[in-house]
Write a new protein. Sequence first.
Length: 263
Amino acid sequence: MNILISNDDGILAYGIRALVEALSPKHNVYVIAPDRERSAAGHSITIHTPLRVEEVEAEYGAKRCWMTTGTPGDCVKIGVNAILSNEELPDLVISGINHGPNLGRDILYSGTVSCAIEGALLGIQSIAVSLASLHFDYEDFKPAAEFTAKFIERLGDYKFPPKTVLNINVPGLEKEDISGIAITELGKRIFTDDYEKRIDPRGKVYYWMAGELIHEPENANTDIAAVRNNKISITPITYDMTRKGFMTELENQLGNLDADNWF
């Protein structure tokens, strides 16, 4: 299988190294990633400045590697449309392993998840993988990488529904301390939106986001609750944002939609 790996932590991130080492023995792995950290980039793409791409030495078993000046979404988009040859085009896009969790509604800001969504937009099966921990030593990523490799084997030839991405969060624990796997829905948020007001050395005001943890019931079927219960969370998400069930209700509320009745 051809696998394209990208992320929002940059090409030198431990998460990419761990994934490549876990997947390359059985798959053709290609890496296209930002040249620097682009966390919380969301689904942004570069349109007003040139997008520079440089092939770098392939390491850890990857077939080929490139770094770009772009966003995570740029990496997948330009990789599929301009960089990879027809023989190298991916059967699967994996974004990660992210340094930190991507849970609940916070995925809307996530460059990691958006990177995987870009793959799905291009019609490629795509997965986002995150280490739900604040510990970033290389060894911390190995269990998540090992799980991802096993997960791909278990999937086999299974095809996701159209417009679907799997968002995976692995607790930052030793393998023996992970209590299971849960198929979950998105939770609400991990942190509140609080800002701490500070004064810099020159007397100017600045703000630092400093939210507090939000707690969900332990028995909730959410990604947040699963990770807090030491389980690996797998959440199927979609980029189809149309609220179809509301369309008819809205039309009935507005009445006649002919332009003559409005202008």
